[in-house]
Design a protein around this ligand. Structure first.
Ligand code: BTN
Length: 331
């Protein structure tokens, strides 16, 4: 059995034992089930150990002790209960950027809902040409390929829809502390815990595909962040006080995402506006919004069903669909 065959066997055994409530398996029975020699089951068990699973070989038995902390597709799929989003899913140990790979795949013929995840990114990208700090073992870097049947002008609202899905996921871990900073940041208190990067690709004025990427700070300690963002960033672990299972959280996020996305091509944010408004950190605040070299200051008064922010400037309502916001502190 070569390395690839052995890894495939390890994956198959894992899939089988991961979904059974019992924890002890007879090696001979596993060998019969997968049509291989018992020696090969033993070799595959060693592969599972290398992947970080707690597994013990004892005489004729294999005992499953604990899941791996890795952000692998097997682990995410173990928790995932979606129909389209994440079916299928491809997980990598290291990528330059999950958005870049998703985009390359979508330019081929990859269908709607495929998810790409990576344990780390070497060139993680943020909005406005910024980078996204993407170290291994502590975060989640996830991109979703979408092919919505709607006009391209409806795509910008997907960012805040994704932020809502993330906010509702994080609520379980940090109740009452989650905020959405329009258009694409998720905050705990006033520090950023996750960011969304939505990229739209059109063909003859129609949506060819959209890649929605999210980076989530899950188990970082404050010192894990580079100095430049240490005062601005936080993680779910820091605020909840608990180490979080990254695969489980990623699956929960994808489930929330699927629920929100189902009605989006037809009615955009119609069904979710109330919740978005409730999470918003900006509504009612005086803000300065920069788009390119233009800047305006006014009061953020609403978010509409396309995801645009409505700002009152000198008594007039201005609708803006993107930009960078800073809250103006009252003297
Ligand atoms: C931002 O806040 O500026 C957006 C950050 C988006 C980061 C994610 S991580 C997964 C995906 N791949 C990337 O290169 N970027 C997004």
């Amino acid at each position: 059995m070569n390395k690839i065959e052995l890894q495939t066997l390890a994956d198959e055994i894992l899939f089988h034992i991961r979904k059974k409530p019992r924890k002890i398996f007879e090696i001979l029975r596993l060998a019969i089930k997968f049509g291989v020699e018992t020696d090969e089951v033993i070799r595959a068990t060693k592969v599972l150990k290398k992947w970080g699973y707690g597994v013990r070989l004892n005489k004729n038995e294999l005992t499953f002790l604990s899941p791996t902390d890795a952000l692998s597709s097997t682990e995410i799929l173990y928790y995932l209960k979606t129909k389209i989003i994440g079916k299928p899913m491809a997980s990598f140990k290291s990528l330059k950027s999950t958005n870049d790979l998703a985009s390359q795949m979508a330019a081929g013929c990859t269908g709607e809902g495929e998810v790409i995840t990576s344990e780390k990114q070497t060139l993680g990208r943020g909005r406005l040409g910024r980078s996204w700090h993407s170290p291994e073992k502590v975060g989640a870097y996830v991109s979703i390929i979408l092919r919505p049947k709607m006009s391209p002008d409806k795509a910008p609202g997907l960012s805040i829809m994704t932020a809502l899905a993330a906010a509702e996921t994080f609520e379980k871990y940090c109740p009452g502390k989650v905020k959405i900073k329009w258009p694409n940041d998720i905050l705990l208190g006033n520090r950023k815990v996750a960011g969304v990067l939505t990229e739209l690709f059109t063909k003859q004025n129609k949506i060819n595909y959209v890649v929605v990427g999210i980076g989530i700070n899950i188990n970082q300690k404050q010192t894990d962040f580079p100095q430049t963002i240490r005062k601005l960033a936080t993680s779910l672990r820091q605020v909840s006080g608990k180490k979080i299972n990254r695969a489980e959280l990623t699956a929960e996020f994808l489930e929330h995402f699927e629920k929100e996305y189902k009605s989006y091509p037809k009615s955009q944010l119609g069904g979710s506006l109330k919740r978005i408004r409730a999470y918003s950190s900006l509504l009612g605040q005086t803000i300065t919004l920069k788009t390119g070299d233009k800047s305006l200051t006014g009061q953020a008064i609403d978010i509409d069903r396309t995801g645009a922010l409505i700002v009152e400037v000198d008594g007039e309502k201005v609708t803006v669909s993107g930009g960078e916001v800073t809250v103006v502190k009252r003297p």
